[in-house]
Design a protein around this ligand. Structure first.
Ligand SMILES: [Zn+2]
Length: 423
């Protein structure tokens, strides 16, 4: 395999919109909740064969940390000392030795630009510098992902466990798929193209940080090797910040992404539904932890949005097609002239700006859908992110009071039809 070839594409979707990036939160005491989910049986070791029967080592993960361009800083500290790395004729020169690829074991951990990693570092020469990969134990990887994807300081134990299982499932499923297509050197991205991994969590000396680290380790240990399982293989479990009250089907939101489509039609999220009801009753989003959002598009915004969507000018009309949970899936958009174009709701979000139109779960539009937009456009909606799979804010609430759900019950709610297995 050519290590310089572009990385294989899994689902061309950012898996996560980290809840860390979401606004601060206050626990909402909402009563009720769904009945227990279906059983999630624990089963014995099963292996993880793929449809093409490519052997999979479920215990090791290869992650692409990034690339280095010669001339820019790259600090690598291995076995307690910094390495001297330069681009050289014939490859990379690392501590005086030139090769096209360097494998750098460092049992006590390796630091790359200040971040600690437990694993073996691989530097591979590229035309402009080097690509940087790390091979590490799946459980160490999962610990790093949970640390990057959740607010550890306020996370509940069952929330950490649910996130650990989802992260492990996604990594196992996606790597199996990529290894089947590209061989053993296939890797995961360390950013939101897959799930965020920044390295080993290093707590400070404070009691709070030490406690957070202990809880993180305990959650990963308690769920060691456990993955969501569906249709005889691991499930590529997606997650997003908050679903807004109802999750959506993977294949509906991301057309063409058929694999791992747990939960046909989505599922009710009792935690977000309770928050939505409370915001509805008070007539405004929560001040500290809003679920609701609204965006107002000015004439200039409508023009930029229309052009971004390939229209001949400003966006003048939109007619959405929503799923059972109220999430826009596709939208027929129209400019000044010509017939409407159908785009995905995610394309509309990208054109408006995903940080402004926080989700495709739109409650209301002014002017109403189908009416001509003359001045501006106001959209009001709920949630943050794509809304497929695990709802991170929902999982946080369900793991705490008054629900107090276990990780199994939480996962059963967001991934109906999936089971749990140990790999
Ligand atoms: Zn939710």
């Amino acid at each position: 395999m050519d290590p310089q070839a572009p990385e294989p594409q899994g689902p061309a979707i950012p898996n996560s919109l980290s809840r860390r990036a979401a606004l601060g939160r206050t626990l909402l005491a909402a009563a009720g909740g769904l009945a227990a989910c279906g059983s999630l049986p624990r089963q014995g070791r099963t292996g993880t064969g793929t449809r093409s029967d490519t052997p999979l080592d479920p215990g090791t993960v290869r992650v692409r940390l990034g690339r280095w361009e010669a001339g820019r800083p790259l600090e690598v500290v291995a076995n307690g000392r910094p390495l001297e790395i330069t681009r050289a004729a014939g490859g990379l020169r690392v501590d005086g030795r030139t090769a096209t690829e360097h494998t750098i074991p460092s049992p006590a951990g390796v630091r790359v630009n200040g971040r600690l990693h437990r694993g073996v570092l691989h530097l591979t020469a590229s035309p402009v510098g080097a690509s940087i990969h790390l091979e590490l134990d799946l459980e160490d990887y999962v610990e790093g992902v949970v640390a990057a994807e959740l607010s550890l300081w306020s996370a509940e134990p069952a929330e950490l466990e649910a996130q650990a299982i989802a992260a492990r499932s996604y990594a196992t499923a996606i790597l199996a798929r990529r290894r089947a297509a590209r061989g053993a050197r296939a890797s995961l991205e360390s950013g939101t193209q897959d799930q965020v991994y920044r390295g080993t969590f290093e707590p400070g000396a404070s009691a709070g940080e030490q406690l957070a680290a202990a809880r993180l380790r305990a959650a990963v240990r308690a769920t060691r090797g456990r993955v969501l399982w569906q249709q005889d293989r691991p499930l590529a479990a997606l997650f997003s910040a908050s679903c807004g009250g109802h999750t959506s089907d993977l294949s509906a939101v991301f057309s063409g992404a058929a694999d791992g489509a747990a939960g046909r039609g989505g599922a009710v999220c009792p935690a977000c539904a309770a928050r939505a009801a409370r915001e509805e009753a008070q007539g405004a989003p929560d001040t500290e932890r809003p679920l609701g959002w609204k965006v107002t598009l000015s004439p200039a915004d409508l023009r930029a949005t229309g052009l971004a969507l390939g229209l001949d000018g400003p966006l003048r009309r939109l007619v959405p097609d929503a799923d059972a949970g109220g999430r826009w899936i596709t939208v027929a958009v129209e400019g000044e002239a010509g017939g409407p174009r159908r785009v995905t709701a995610d394309e509309l979000r990208a054109a408006v700006g995903r940080s402004r139109m926080k989700s495709a779960r739109v409650l209301q539009a002014w002017p109403h859908a189908g009416e001509r937009i003359t001045g501006g456009l106001l959209l009001r909606g709920l949630g943050h992110g794509h809304g497929v799979g695990l709802c991170q804010e929902g999982a946080h609430d369900l793991a705490g009071a008054p629900w107090g759900w276990t990780s199994e019950r939480i996962l059963g709610t967001y991934f109906p039809g999936a089971g749990l297995r140990r790999i």
